[in-house]
Ligand binder design. Structure first.
Ligand SMILES: NC(=O)C1=CN([C@@H]2O[C@H](COP(=O)(O)OP(=O)(O)OC[C@H]3O[C@@H](n4cnc5c(N)ncnc54)[C@H](O)[C@@H]3O)[C@@H](O)[C@H]2O)C=CC1
Ligand SMILES: O=C(O)CCC(=O)C(=O)O
Length: 387
């Protein structure tokens, strides 16, 4: 029986996919698997028993990936599962920034007792007028699951779209509308675009990537949108730019007190993925990944270990080994099973950066004492057995 613990509410439609081998636990110490959305795990002790974390979402900056890797804990996310939810809110953000819809709604609320509101509205509405997004230039930084959907939707709305992503995958490039102007110079986006939206993960290399230098290149009429992560945009620089009207508006899904107090910031409480559809998609995908990993050892969409799939074990036993990516590991594993007189029927070894993953299907069942011999090999981080 496997136990799972939820650090955030996870959609029931996903959890109900756990088969009869799974039970929910309130105690993380007892969990084989943890499901998480935005809960910050950096200061948490990760129990020894824990072997998998499923992030029901895209961003993994709330998870201590280095610590997990060292403890032999596989971390999965759910690529693309909430991308449409975010795309729709980004389109809403473009529209909210181009017309003063929020100001108009506040005005109606402030006049809601006024019997003359109908007539008054016609007189007052000019203060909330704006522009259209059709024909305007939209720059997109990061053309992954979300960036692509935003790009294609904006093209369909008649925008002139510029895209920048030095690491774009071939699969992503295939999905991108050919009307998107591909740029290899992010400064072209900063200089040329009327709207700039960022869709990259938060990492050391992307933190503060929209800073004072980038803002200095932008048009004063620019609208910057950030539905990815707050710290991608340097907070001091953006607040200063908004206070001095150096840029027109900032639309963000990541509130701070400073931003919430500025009239030209449109601040939303991290609602990008808060749709039933996105929450359901993420939960279903995360549960599927966790089950396949716990029961078969297969790795799909891990953010810290290599992908690996040997299907379902048809031999006597499957052993999976997470190890350091150093010379001679495979030789040691095969020699150890050979010394034990256990035949290897199938074997896959894959590596990613500092870590390697081996899946071995055995012709005979190895007992706990024999498996301990594999665990004792230097460089081994975690050994699991399953049928
Ligand atoms: N507001 C919300 O509720 C949500 C926010 N997010 C955030 O959006 C981010 C992106 O999500 P997805 O599109 O699903 O991820 P993704 O992994 O599909 O795409 C990210 C893209 O950014 C690109 N990239 C990385 N570094 C770059 C750089 N320096 N310059 C330009 N491009 C770069 C990658 O090549 C990749 O194509 C997530 O990491 C997460 O932080 C994701 C989902 C919901
Ligand atoms: O689960 C959520 O609401 C957060 C979604 C998100 O930010 C992500 O998937 O990266």
């Amino acid at each position: 029986m496997y136990q799972y613990h939820c650090l955030n509410p996870i959609a029931e439609v996903g959890l109900k996919n756990f088969n009869g081998n799974y039970a929910k636990t309130d105690k993380i110490e007892d969990a084989d698997a943890v499901l998480v959305r935005s809960a910050v795990m950096h200061d948490m002790d990760l129990p020894e028993k824990l072997c998998v974390i499923g992030r029901a979402g895209a961003g993994v900056n709330n998870i201590p990936l280095g610590k997990c890797s060292e403890q032999g804990i596989a971390v999965f996310n759910t690529p693309g599962a909430n991308a449409n939810g975010v795309k729709e809110l980004v389109i809403a953000g473009l529209l909210l920034a181009s017309r003063d819809i929020v100001g108009g709604i506040h005005w109606v609320q402030s006049e809601r007792q006024n019997e003359e509101i109908e007539k008054l509205a016609e007189k007052q509405k000019k203060q909330f007028a704006g522009g259209e997004i059709k024909g305007k230039k939209l720059g997109i930084i990061g053309l992954g699951a979300i960036g692509i959907l935003v790009a294609n939707a904006a093209v369909a709305l008649g925008m002139e779209v510029y895209g920048y992503d030095p690491f774009i995958s071939v699969e992503a490039a295939w999905k991108l509308s050919r009307d998107v102007h591909h740029t290899t110079d992010v400064n072209e986006i900063y200089r040329e675009c009327d709207y700039i939206t960022i869709h990259v993960p938060l990492m050391d290399s992307t933190k503060g990537m929209i800073g004072a230098d980038a803002i200095a290149l932008m048009k004063p009429s620019v609208v910057v949108l950030n539905f990815a992560r707050g710290p991608l945009v340097d907070q001091k620089a953006i607040v200063e730019a908004l206070k001095t009207n150096r840029i027109h508006k900032y639309v963000t899904d990541f509130p701070t007190t400073d931003l919430a107090n500025l009239k030209n910031a449109i601040v939303i409480p991290h609602l990008g993925a808060s749709t039933k559809e996105s929450e359901d998609n993420c939960a279903v995908m995360a549960v599927k990944e966790i089950q396949d990993y716990l029961e078969n050892g297969n790795i799909h969409n891990s953010v810290n270990y290599p992908n690996c799939d040997m299907g379902v074990c048809k031999d006597a036993m499957r052993v999976t080994i997470i190890h350091r990516n150093i010379p001679n590991m495979l030789t040691k594993f095969t020699a150890a099973f050979g010394d034990l007189g256990i035949n290897i029927e199938k074997l896959t070894n894959v590596t990613r950066g500092e870590y390697g993953y081996v899946m071995i299907d055995l012709g005979n069942v190895a007992d706990e004492e024999e498996i301990e011999k594999i665990r004792a090999i230097e460089g081994v981080l975690r050994v699991r057995t399953m049928k």
